[in-house]
Write a protein that binds this ligand. Structure first.
Ligand SMILES: Nc1ncnc2c1ncn2[C@@H]1O[C@H](COP(=O)(O)OP(=O)(O)OP(=O)(O)O)[C@@H](O)[C@H]1O
Ligand SMILES: [Mg+2]
Length: 602
């Protein structure tokens, strides 16, 4: 019985007998299930067969651990539980037990799945709460109890016991997804996980889409992209300069149309990079003028700087882009129709300029828009890439919170920037910068960022950084924890990479189906309990969990600022009288004229 907290088959806790066995469940006689009261055992309430109760079935040297998922009375005994029909008649309730895992009694080993099936007549016992807690924490290879680093997320709902301790390997080792309908408690759970992780020498990046994690404290650095009142006041405004975006990112922002505009935009960016490297090719206003000019000097410069030009992050003056696009609209050769001169470009091609005009006006509009300023006009703000590098190499902070609250949805800025941050992190990981310093990235409101692709039919710009992190980050010490209210918006390829699912209340059928598909056969029964969870309660499902656990997540110390509107306070307030505003030059109403006249001293 090494390792087991107690002998699981206590005769006082006998609740029934197996009458039918299937591959994943067993039918059980539960003679006491119709009695009105539960029983008490050593000061703990012990169910006598209730839906959701955990049970252990005695099978030779093993205990098969399971959970009651339905109970019913045989049809002819339905009325036996009606007290007003006279004396209570005997009832013979039958329950279905979902078989979850096997515990070997002599060595205390817990294995997910069933290695030895119950037999007809096997006895079924109610599982004691400390036994449930023990089994919840124990897996065959990773018991948290003897590890120095563990997170305390909450306590088991069924057992109402001391905290369940989970190692970070088990929670995040194969990534983690926090799912649930709005108000289910995802943000609070994320805050709790972050707080627990920050108790140790960890490195955590929080991408905060709504700014609600500004309450987090401790060894944390707060930065925000975009302009607005900083929360907390210590938060520093940073930028994501366009020079750190890839060509694809810029195309996703500018959305050139396929056939005519995209090649001109590409060419214009290349020309502007070239004049940055070879100033003698630049005109007085910083452009690379091609009309009627010799091609060779430009070709030579392109060859000379080929390597630098290929770097997608090579610098260029983006304010010149609209004009440079017009400079690209030239005939491919000079001379005349009868005597073409291939060594020169020809004059301007007016119809091509016409094709590009919508792109040019869009670009001018974007270059002047304050929403895109953190990207297109970064000024002297520190780039977020530098902040991330500093965070990873420095020892002062354990959490880096990047608030995206002020980053506009217009022109898809938010998606493109979040995706670019994901790419930065993935590149750091691929360059082995995280070996020895695992990085955990939290992405709340992930449906805003995942499975997005911008552009039209001809030009698709997939925003797939986080998908790639989910697929390959683990090998490079980069793990991700995503939280979303729309599991069906997460690509199935990503969800299937998630080793741990923390699922709060989920009502929508299609969302529940997605969870059921992502979890194994054993956990499917757990999905049936999802619509009935209270705020803060969650089912934990995953490859490393021998049983699906229903836990009450403990409140985080710093509650996220995620409250809904306060209708009572707002709707019960008397409306303030509207100030009388008069337009300049308007005729004064009669009563005002009179008052004013009386008041004027002579
Ligand atoms: N662990 C918890 N303990 C107690 N109450 C909780 C817990 N988690 C959540 N709640 C309650 O539920 C409310 C909503 O929680 P939260 O903001 O985390 O929801 P959410 O799932 O992130 O919603 P949304 O999808 O709209 O962002 C909280 O304001 C709080 O009152
Ligand atoms: Mg939330």
């Amino acid at each position: 019985m090494a390792g087991l907290p107690s002998y699981p088959f206590d005769p006082e806790l006998l609740v029934g007998t197996v009458t039918e066995v299937g591959p994943t469940s067993a039918k059980v006689n539960l003679p006491h299930a119709a009695s009105p009261e539960a029983q008490w055992h050593h000061g703990q309430r012990q169910g006598r067969g209730e839906v959701g109760d955990f049970v252990v079935i005695e099978v030779g040297d093993s205990a098969v651990f399971g959970r009651i998922v339905t109970i019913r009375l045989p049809e002819k005994e339905r009325l036996s539980v009606e007290p007003e029909l006279g004396k209570l008649r005997e009832a013979h309730p039958v329950g279905v037990v979902q078989l979850l895992s096997t515990v070997t009694i002599h060595n205390g080993k817990v294995t997910g799945g069933i290695s030895q099936y119950p037999r007809l007549g096997s006895r079924v016992y109610s599982a004691q709460s400390h036994f449930v807690q023990w089994i919840a924490q124990a897996t065959s290879k990773d018991p948290a109890t003897d590890k120095p680093v563990y997170l305390d997320l909450g306590s088991l709902v069924a057992a109402n016991t001391a905290p369940v301790q989970l190692t970070p390997e088990r929670l995040f080792g194969r990534h983690c997804a926090v799912l649930g309908a709005t108000g289910g408690g995802k943000s609070w759970t994320v805050a709790r996980l972050i707080e627990q992780a920050s108790r140790f020498n960890s490195k955590v990046v929080v991408l905060d889409a709504s700014g609600e994690f500004h309450t987090l404290g401790g060894a944390i650095r707060h930065v925000h992209i975009g302009t607005g009142p900083p929360a907390p006041a210590s938060s520093e405004e940073v930028s994501f300069p366009y020079t750190q975006l890839t060509e694809n990112d810029l195309f996703a922002l500018f959305k050139p149309s396929g056939q005519s505009q995209a090649p001109k935009l590409r060419q214009a960016m290349k020309s502007l990079r070239l004049v940055q490297l070879e100033s003698k090719l630049s005109s007085a206003n910083g452009l690379c003028v091609k009309a009627q000019k010799a091609k060779q000097p430009i070709f030579d410069a392109q060859q000379k700087h080929a390597k630098k030009l290929e770097d997608p992050r090579a610098d260029f003056d983006i304010t010149r882009l609209p004009e440079q696009i017009l400079e690209e609209c030239v005939w491919p050769s000079g001379g005349t129709a009868t005597a073409p001169d291939q060594s020169k470009w020809g004059g301007y091609q007016e119809n091509e300029k016409g094709f590009c005009i919508t792109l040019i006006t869009r670009l001018e509009d974007m270059l002047g828009s304050p929403e895109l300023a953190p990207v297109l006009k970064p000024g002297f703000l520190t780039p977020v890439a530098d902040i991330i590098n500093e965070f990873i190499t420095g020892s002062k902070h354990r959490i880096l919170r990047i608030s995206l609250k002020y980053l506009s949805f217009a022109h898809s800025t938010r998606e493109v920037v979040a995706n670019a941050i994901g790419r930065l992190l993935l590149n750091l990981a691929r360059d082995r910068k995280l070996t020895g310093c695992p990085l955990l990235v939290f992405l709340d409101e992930a449906h805003q960022f995942l499975d997005k692709s911008l552009g039209d039919e001809a030009n698709r710009y997939p925003l797939d950084s986080f998908d790639l992190i989910a697929k390959e980050g683990r090998k490079y010490s980069l793990n991700i924890c995503i939280a979303t209210q729309r599991p069906r918006d997460i690509p199935e390829g990503v969800l299937s990479q998630m080793g741990t699912l923390i699922v709060h209340r989920l009502i929508n059928d299609r969302d529940r189906e997605v969870v059921e598909r992502a979890s194994g056969e054993i956990d499917r029964s757990a999905a049936e309990f999802l619509p009935t969870l209270a705020p803060g309660q969650a089912v934990m499902i995953g490859v490393d969990f021998p049983i699906p656990l229903t836990i009450q997540v403990s409140k985080p110390e710093a509650e996220p600022d995620s409250k809904g509107p306060d209708y009572q306070a707002n709707w019960s307030r008397e409306p303030e009288p509207e100030p009388k505003v008069m337009a300049v030059g308007s005729v004064l109403p009669q009563e005002l004229v009179e008052i004013t006249d009386d008041d004027v001293p002579f």
